[in-house]
Ligand binder design. Structure first.
Ligand code: MN
Length: 128
């Protein structure tokens, strides 16, 4: 049994939010959801997350800009931000890393492997 973590999922698509929430709640995690960068910033100040899953294509401020902004906040600098995106063109992965993302998960979400992927990122954080 894994230690429950507080995970913030920034995603504008409600169906993706529902799917990821179901998968991660089944693992015992606590999921907060934000449908926009503004909601994410609000949520983060209420409850600091252990890990952030970041969609890139968001209305208004996109996931790259939001990641850069979050990484500039000293209290959040060590919170892993994992891009969860369907942008798989050449250069997209590099762009997420340049924006400050600590990892990258490709959409569509793989129901069977998402929990292990998340555990790996959480474990890495523990060894830093
Ligand atoms: Mn989106």
């Amino acid at each position: 049994m894994v230690r429950p973590s507080n995970i913030l999922y920034v995603e504008d698509n409600p169906e993706n939010r529902l799917l990821v929430r179901r998968i991660l709640q089944a693992e015992g995690h606590i999921i907060q959801e934000a449908g926009s960068a503004a909601q994410a910033l609000e949520s983060i100040h209420r409850t600091p997350p252990d890990l952030i899953l970041m969609d890139i294509n968001l209305p208004g401020m996109d996931g790259y800009a939001l990641t850069s902004q979050l990484k500039a906040i000293p209290s959040l600098a060590h919170v892993p931000i994992i891009a969860l995106t369907a942008n798989v063109m050449k250069g997209d992965r590099e762009r997420t890393i340049n924006a400050g993302c600590d990892g990258y998960i490709q959409k569509p979400v793989d129901v069977d492997t998402l929990p292990q992927q998340i555990e790996r990122f959480l474990a890495q954080r523990g060894t830093q």
